[in-house]
Design a protein around this ligand. Structure first.
Ligand code: DAH
Length: 425
């Protein structure tokens, strides 16, 4: 399997900086603070009959989420994913994984953990960022990285968005599973919608007083024991290591890695919750731990699923391979259809970003887009920068015709020119 580099998963492990290193090793300057106008235009012009969704008890229509306004950058395609809740299907790899994690917490903590998996993914910027202390200049707040419904409402980009609210409501042991949304690149491990699980456990002085440790040390130790146990529950007897990390919401912060298939694989991020978050939740004398894990990332290795798009497949040849309660059945690829590569070169402008390009490609090709890869990059004497991107088209369910691919590519080229104001070479 290709190296798992889940840039999206570790977005928050970056301190607050504007320079974001992409997987291609090129630095992208994220100074975009207002949405580029082109984001609007790849909406379909048809009026879609009022599709009313219910998300965590909230009734939502398409018009509530996809709006023709400059502060909105949610494309049609993303709207179609809302409410699918793959993590709530007991026969789906993500549901099987979620249930296996539940089982671990239920047995080891005597059913003390409250489980939420139906909270509405449309949250305020306060919930998504401020409440968990994400700095004002953090890349994750940009329109380039996050889907904004309006300037104060986003599609949650992590399940941490629910931490503060649940603490305020008085919960002290909880798990939150949900779909999360991020504008991102296109390859076998990146998809703009994926799933996370968040865990939080709050302690009172009574819990640590007799231990001879201070609250923070006690929580950190409890956290590590808990997550090492969880990892063994999922992966069996694997080699593990703790790596110091950074998250805005925890201090100290760690990542847990396992040695799996001859590589160190990041399993989750976690840490001792920043005191400020607890304080705002009305818990001044307490200490807590928190963790967040990406379900796709773990399911891909546990079930041998080679491409993240497969999680969305409704093809029986995929869905019929998984059974409730059976973690780790190995997926048998039903067929590998031929890929088709199309290259595209253009002079970039100041507002160019790879995420914007990928949004256009997904808008045109949907899940037929397998990868968008920068294969050439140079700056001429006049200071103009040229990029060449290779787009890989491949269906996981059938062979594509030349005609079909040419039409997709033609549409991508058209939209890139008109929406990104870019000159193709
Ligand atoms: N929210 C983080 C992310 O999406 C994951 C995470 C890390 C959650 C550490 C936590 C935590 O609760 O303590 O990248």
């Amino acid at each position: 399997m290709a190296a798992l580099t889940f840039a999206h998963h570790i977005l928050f492990s970056k301190p607050s900086v504007f320079l974001h290193s992409t997987k291609n090793g090129f630095n992208t300057f994220f100074s975009v603070s207002v949405p580029a106008p082109f984001l609007r235009r790849h909406k379909s012009t048809q009026t879609i009959s009022a599709s009313l969704l219910e998300l965590g008890g909230v009734k939502i229509s398409k018009e509530d989420v996809v709006k023709d306004e400059p502060t909105n950058n949610v494309p049609d395609l993303i709207f179609t994913k809302l409410g699918l809740q793959l993590h709530r299907r007991d026969n789906h790899p993500l549901g099987i994984l979620k249930n296996t994690i539940y089982e671990y917490f239920d047995t080891n903590y005597n059913n003390q953990f409250h489980k939420f998996d139906d909270l509405c993914p449309i949250v305020t910027t306060k919930e998504n960022f401020d409440d968990v202390l994400v700095p004002a200049d953090h890349v994750s707040r940009s329109y380039n990285d996050t889907y904004y419904v309006d300037s104060e409402t986003v599609l949650r980009c992590h399940t941490s968005a629910h931490q503060a609210d649940l603490l305020r409501k008085g919960y002290t042991n909880f798990l939150v599973t949900g779909d999360v949304y991020r504008r991102d690149s296109i390859d076998s491990t990146h998809y703009p919608v994926f799933h996370q699980m968040e865990g939080v456990r709050v302690f009172s002085p009574n819990d640590w007083n007799d231990s001879g440790m201070d609250g923070t040390l006690y929580a950190a130790q409890d956290l590590k024991t808990c997550l090492e146990g969880l990892t063994r529950h999922l992966f069996g007897a694997v080699e593990m290591r703790w790596v110091d990390s950074y998250f805005p919401f925890t201090n100290p912060s760690f990542e847990l890695e396992i040695y799996f298939q001859e590589k160190w694989l990041e399993v989750l991020g976690c840490g001792v919750m920043e005191q400020e978050i607890l304080k705002r939740g009305g818990k001044t004398d307490n200490v807590a731990w928190a963790f967040g894990l990406g379900l796709e990332r773990l399911a891909m290795v546990l079930f041998d699923i080679p491409d993240i798009r497969l999680f969305w497949s409704t093809d029986k040849r995929f869905t019929s391979q998984f059974t409730k309660g059976q973690l780790g059945i190995k997926f048998k690829p039903f067929s590998k259809y031929p890929p088709c590569y199309k290259d595209m070169s253009f002079w970039i402008n100041d507002s160019f970003t790879e995420n914007n390009l990928c949004e256009i490609v997904r808008g045109v090709a949907g899940d037929l887009a397998e990868e968008v890869q920068l294969i050439d990059n140079f700056t001429n004497k006049k200071g103009m920068t040229s990029h060449c991107y290779r787009i890989t088209y491949r269906s996981m369910e059938r062979s594509l015709t030349d005609e079909e691919i040419n039409e997709l590519q033609w549409n991508v080229r058209e939209q890139v020119q008109s929406q990104m104001n870019i000159v193709l070479r």
